[in-house]
Design a protein around this ligand. Structure first.
Ligand code: ADP
Ligand code: MG
Length: 343
């Protein structure tokens, strides 16, 4: 893993998004960055004596989450759970158990569009391996049969938490939810340290804490799914929320001129081909925003809006393939800035 550790004192207060930074001169902000969970994590807080220590505390918590929940490292709790599929149950830490329970809840809420047992399909397509390939349909069907969040057995007895995958070959993959949880944990550390204003960017997942230091709202750019990373089509203003985006632009490979992206529709076993090309969820909890951004992307526009409207405190900006942009009721301050799209 690339070990990148950068701390710097900047005089820029920035606005980030689906990975976009808009620079603005403002008060002094301390920014620290580290590569974790397969992405760059940036913490920006008010400058102070303790700022460096606080950021380090955030990074060690996120590292701990990576160590426990990564599907890639051989000895994470999730790797052990997967290795025990069809054989034995695995003892889990309270944190991993919590994320798995939440993941199955969001799987239920999205009718299985988000499914943490998607792993066999993710592996089959070579997603996250940097070595994507189009599988044969027979293998896809075999993998689909293993994807079912309802079969994941979670049990808690006092402080003893366990999980069991009953079928050999079943694989849990928390890639669609772990960053959201990590953002929530990072926020808790900042709050516990008395930070009232700050921003955490986990590879495009934004956690805005409080308001900006000068009392104004955070401005978060929304990625244009059809343009290179960092190009935004609009800006939403908000305070104290998590903002998570999913889109076909994040990770993909091209085979015979066709683009295959990294969000799989558990029903078809293929990269999702809904009428959406980008989804941003805004919620109090990052874990909810992350799971729902992946799930709503798979569900598509109509079902996606219906679902978001039914959830309290959850809002969405949905970008359809025909370049129409939809916002749900609670989004009060979204400005479209790219004339190629319409509201
Ligand atoms: P990002 O990778 O940008 O954080 P997402 O939050 O949408 O985007 O997560 C995508 C990741 O989630 C994939 O790389 C894969 O590991 C996993 N995944 C893919 N399809 C699904 C799905 N239908 N349900 C749950 N997780 C999924
Ligand atoms: Mg997600």
């Amino acid at each position: 893993m690339v070990k990148k550790y950068l701390t710097m004192l900047v005089i820029l207060l920035f606005v980030l998004t689906g990975c976009t930074a808009e620079k603005k001169v403002s008060t002094e902000v301390f920014t620290a960055e580290k590569y974790l969970l397969g992405t760059d994590i940036t913490v920006s807080i008010e400058t102070g004596e303790e700022a460096n220590l606080i950021c380090n505390e955030v990074f060690s918590r996120v590292k701990d989450i990576e160590d426990k929940m990564s599907a890639h490292s051989g000895d994470s709790e999730i790797a052990l759970l997967n290795a025990g599929a069809g054989k034995e149950k695995t003892v889990l830490s309270a944190q991993t158990y919590h994320v798995l329970s939440q993941a199955t809840e969001f799987a239920a809420i999205t009718g299985g569009a988000f499914d943490p047992t998607i792993g066999s399909l993710v592996q089959l397509w070579g997603i996250n391996s940097g070595n994507g390939k189009v599988p044969v349909e027979q293998d896809i069907q075999k993998s689909i049969a293993l994807v079912n969040y309802k079969s994941l057995q979670l049990a808690q007895d006092g402080t003893n938490c366990t999980a069991y995958l009953p079928h050999q070959g079943q694989i849990v993959d928390l890639g669609g939810i772990a960053k959201g949880y990590a953002g929530d944990e990072a926020k808790q550390i900042l709050l516990a340290n008395g930070i009232k204003s700050g921003m955490i960017n986990l590879g495009g997942n934004i956690v805005a804490i409080g308001k900006k230091k000068d009392g104004s709202h955070w401005r978060v750019g929304i990625q244009n799914p059809l343009a290179p990373r960092g190009t935004f089509l609009g800006i939403v203003q908000l305070d104290d929320k998590s903002v998570v985006s999913s889109g076909a632009y994040e990770r993909y490979f091209i085979k015979d001129g066709k683009r295959y992206h990294h969000i799989i529709d558990p029903n078809t076993g293929h990269p999702s081909e809904s009428d959406l090309i980008g989804v941003t969820i805004i919620a109090d909890q990052g874990i909810a925003a992350d799971a729902l951004s992946t799930g709503v992307f798979v569900l598509g526009l109509e079902k996606g809006i219906k679902l978001v409207d039914s959830l309290q405190g959850v809002d969405a900006i949905l970008i359809a393939a025909d370049k129409k942009v939809f916002t749900t009721r609670g989004i009060e301050d979204f400005k479209l800035t790219d004339g190629d799209f319409s509201l």
